[in-house]
Ligand binder design. Sequence first.
Ligand code: PFF
Length: 462
Amino acid sequence: MTQQRKSVHGSWSNRLAFVLAATGSAVGLGNIWKFPYIAGENGGGAFVLVYLVCIGLIGIPIMMAEVMLGRRGRQSPINTMRTLAAEANAHPAWRWLGWAGVIAGFLILSYYSVIAGWALAYVFRSMAGVFDGATADGVGSIFTQLTEDPERLLAWHTIFMVMTMVVVARGVKSGLEQAVRFLVPALFVLLIMLDGYAMASGAFQQGLDFLFTPDFSKITANGVLIAMGHSFFTLSLGMGAIMVYGSYLPDRTSVARTSIIIALLDTLVALLAGMAIFPLVFSNGLEPGSGPGLIFQTLPIAFGHMTGGDLFGTLFFVLLVFAAWTSAISLIEPAVAWLVENKGMTRVHASVYAGAATWGMGLVTILSFSHWSDFHPLSFISIFEKYTVFDLLDYLTANIMLPLGGLAIAIFSAWVMRRQDSVQELDMGDGPAYRLWHFLVCYVTPVAVVVVFLNVTGIVEF
Ligand code: PFF
């Protein structure tokens, strides 16, 4: 039984629709573009292990908490937090958690859309057969030609933002559910086929060793923070995206089972992507730590050499665009839901305002790859020495804002909300499963986030 609030934005047709939408939000550039390149930059195995532990101990419990809060509040995260804080007799300042999420979503989408634009550009390059017989050098220069051209990036970013806002304007149900239903299975099939190709590349074992043999001497305190931050990013946690999707969830759905399924699917996609990419990195003599261009500089080599590679490559990048699209929608949904609730806007107006602001902010990322590529604003701090504005934006959002958001969500659901309310809302009784969840959000998540933060600042060392 849940509280009898209703969402003014409508609700999912059924549980499967929610699973699909939340999986669509979780599976995105984070799995296929970001995971391989940050794993590569942070030494591989040990990083992957920390990331997996964070998914299990922090990600899944926080996802349950977000869905639970969303479903109970049934409004945008800002208003949900205000309502639930009032219900728990807590300070109204909790609504700032919703605001922080809206800001994080806006900042993330501003660069996410630029990277999704790269994927869009690659759809057309694959189609045109540009990668046929390509060498590592050739593919590398195709990549830099694109990223160093602000006008082209702007065009692709604009197209992607328009695509996103069109779906958001139409509302939660139409389009979105259908897209994910076919997208996730298709993505799996393609990734498995790419893994098959990587298996034959001659460096499969080396790729697997890199990903799965932990060498703890290769991971730094900052690497641990990046792995933890990524566990939030990849599951879309800490900013209200899953909370707002939870607010459209019909009553009487198992929050725990649903969260576990989504986290497993998401992790599988990331690992399959890593297993496809690293063998190619090694068999082509590339650098695993070569940064955000990693998949754009490795996969096209494979597409350029396999039979039917043009078609296969085109399909792959189309799916990547779709995966990014379904995530982008959830990044902006908390802001749009709030504009509709509080400013009386229609969804169309709200989408246009939110989209235009995000589009403008995207210019910062575009310039980071060209005119500002040598601009390192925080170069006086050693870990940020080589960070461009884009790198800083990504770091600030994924590694600071999302974990802080997650910390606040954990504190609210375990310490502020009445226990009987969370028992009722999670709807799994007051047995061992509930207690395990409660223990994790009560102690493990808060302590882990704080310790990892302190560790990076050097205040505490472990
Ligand atoms: N989870 C998405 C990905 O892995 O690409 C990115 C994302 C979506 C992050 C929604 C945060 C969010 F709220």
